[in-house]
Design a protein around this ligand. Structure first.
Ligand SMILES: NC(=O)c1ccc[n+]([C@@H]2O[C@H](COP(=O)([O-])OP(=O)(O)OC[C@H]3O[C@@H](n4cnc5c(N)ncnc54)[C@H](OP(=O)(O)O)[C@@H]3O)[C@@H](O)[C@H]2O)c1
Length: 233
């Protein structure tokens, strides 16, 4: 039997990455997920039926290639990891800002570089940005900055790597994601009231959008907003 074309989700132990990994695992795909801790990643992989969980720290980009050395025959690559820093320019934490900027800009790019020899010729890549790029919230200074940079990153990668396709997904606040679901009801109600659809985006909505970007053969270099109309108000 030909070797299985694998799905790799960097930042697949939690949240949106985990949901996308679970989607492909449920379809019987060979799925590899990563987190910073190997044991935690393997436990998450076992829970969702993924093939394996590996340790990889995007804030340490020089070690990424070695961490991915065993990954082969990649058809779909999703880079979803984040370690949010709550930062404002008035009270700026250089260490946390440097870690997040390194992981989302250099780390995301280095994952692609390291896996390039293992990407199949019609492979597709989805990077996660987020609508904090357009609509900041308290403490989102670095998150806003790096998510804005992801919009440019996919343009250059889509041109450089074609016919491999590269797109970015920019969700609004995902109401049932682990980071947001336990926020105070008043915070979530306020967000909901400003969303034309009258509800927050869900993790299932994001999985659907990611599958579209990964599988539609004509889509590349796109920054897809999934926000229930949030940016229109
Ligand atoms: N949730 C939302 O509402 C929302 C909205 C807009 C955009 N986004 C974007 O969507 C993506 C996923 O967000 P999420 O809320 O689903 O994330 P999450 O639940 O916080 O999960 C983050 C993932 O990143 C991994 N990770 C953290 N630091 C890492 C590092 N230094 N190196 C490698 N992996 C690391 C975590 O693994 P371990 O903890 O196991 O190490 C985990 O798998 C992010 O890029 C985020 O900016 C999310």
């Amino acid at each position: 039997m030909a070797e299985q074309r694998s799905v790799v989700v960097v930042g697949g132990t939690s949240g949106l990455g985990r949901e996308i990994a679970a989607h492909y695992a449920a379809k019987g795909r060979h799925v590899v997920i990563s987190g910073r801790d190997g044991q935690r990643a393997q436990t998450a992989a076992d829970q969702i039926g993924a093939k394996s969980g590996i340790a990889l720290d995007l804030a340490e980009p020089r070690a990424i290639a070695a961490a991915l050395a065993g990954v082969e025959n990649v058809a779909h690559l999703v880079v979803a990891a984040i370690d949010r820093d709550e930062n404002t320019v008035r009270d700026y934490d250089v260490g946390r800002a440097t870690a997040l900027a390194t992981m989302k800009l250099v780390g995301y790019t280095e994952v692609v570089h390291a896996l390039l020899p293992q990407l199949v010729s019609d492979a597709s890549i989805v990077m996660f940005g987020g609508l904090a790029k357009d609509r900041p919230y308290a403490g989102s200074t670095t998150v806003t900055t790096v998510n804005g940079a992801v919009t440019s990153m996919v343009r250059t990668l889509a041109v450089e790597l074609a016919p491999i396709r590269v797109n970015a997904l920019h969700p609004a606040v995902v109401g049932d994601s682990p980071y947001w679901r336990d926020k105070p009801p008043a915070v979530l109600d306020n967000l909901r009231s400003r969303t034309p659809l009258g509800r927050l985006v869900s993790m299932a909505d994001i999985v659907g959008a990611a599958v579209f970007l990964l599988e539609n053969q004509a889509v590349t270099g796109i920054n897809l907003r999934v926000d229930g109309g949030w940016l229109l108000t």
